[in-house]
Write a protein that binds this ligand. Structure first.
Ligand code: BT5
Length: 268
């Protein structure tokens, strides 16, 4: 059994590191939970404030998009943050990009890893996915009541704890670095950078997020296949749209914007 030698994410070890104003200030740490997103949503339903953070050491029913499963052994960073941005529900995908940009920056700062972003919600190091984001929301008509941003980072566990079929595509920070990362420090940095992007986006709009996403992207410029509800479509990923969709040239001079879907990159 792999023993984890580094600091834990208990409030005692984490809170002294936190320098945010709101993000993570209501901190709920659990050794085990079904899904931090499910718990954060129920807290938000009961009035949980913006910035409420749920972190678990392990999840027994971690969720990906579209009902998929997220494998969450101990040693990862499994978190969900409650947000209440003044944003039309149709623009909620921007919050996924915003969290991805902040996580990429935190990984560079805290672990020295230059990762790339894969639309819409993946963080890759090399060709392996080390983190994923699941943004869920509750809206009341034209208004967003709350949004729960769930982030899973494969931090301090070896990749062989993941099921075999996942190992080719999934990586962990421990395997990449050959040593554990400082999880409380990385989480505190991430929240600080995330809050910075979030606050600026609310004040001045999302241009800075889109620009940082373009710079960190490993998707733009590539030939891709996008799996959508109407089947697979092939083309070249050209740009990110102002509301977070992916603009793809699907034929000579034909540009289509996709708001959701699963992307496979077809070239190196
Ligand atoms: C995601 O979904 O990438 C979103 C993952 C969000 C997880 C966090 S953990 C904290 C919070 N609470 C939750 O319950 N969820 C969030 P998607 O793009 O659908 O990718 C899911 C797919 O990634 C699965 O179908 C697997 O193929 C693969 N996968 C599962 N576990 C993985 C892992 N630990 N690392 C890399 N890939 C994984």
């Amino acid at each position: 059994m792999y023993e984890n030698p580094e600091a834990s994410l208990t409030p005692e070890e984490f809170i002294p590191r936190l320098e945010t104003k709101e993000f993570g200030r209501a901190y709920h740490y659990l050794p085990e939970v079904t899904s931090t997103n499910a718990l954060a949503r129920s807290m938000a339903d009961k009035g949980g404030t913006a910035g409420t953070l749920v972190v678990a050491e392990t999840q027994t029913g971690g969720r990906g998009r579209l009902g998929r499963n997220w494998v969450s052994p101990p040693g990862g960073i499994w978190l969900s943050l409650v947000l209440r941005p003044p944003l039309a529900p149709s623009r909620a995908p921007l919050q996924t990009l915003l969290a991805a940009v902040a996580l990429r920056e935190a990984l560079l700062k805290g672990a020295g890893l230059a990762c790339s972003l894969k639309w819409p919600n993946d963080v890759l190091c090399g060709r392996k996915k080390v983190a994923g984001i699941l943004t869920e929301m509750k809206s009341a008509g034209e208004n967003l009541e709350y949004l729960v941003a769930g982030v899973g980072v494969n931090a301090n566990f070896p990749g062989n704890l993941l099921p075999k079929p996942l190992r080719e595509k999934a990586g962990t920070l421990l395997d990449l670095l050959g040593r554990p990362v400082d999880r409380p420090g990385l989480l505190a940095d991430f929240l600080e950078i995330w809050e910075g992007y979030y606050t600026r986006a609310l004040q001045r709009g999302y241009d800075q997020v889109l620009e940082a996403w373009r710079q960190g992207s490993g998707t733009l410029g590539k030939k891709i296949r996008i799996h959508t509800t109407r089947g697979p479509v092939t083309g070249r990923a050209l740009d990110i749209h102002a509301e977070g969709g992916l603009i793809v040239e699907t034929g000579p001079g034909i540009l289509e914007t996709f708001l959701a879907g699963e992307v496979t990159i077809l070239e190196k």
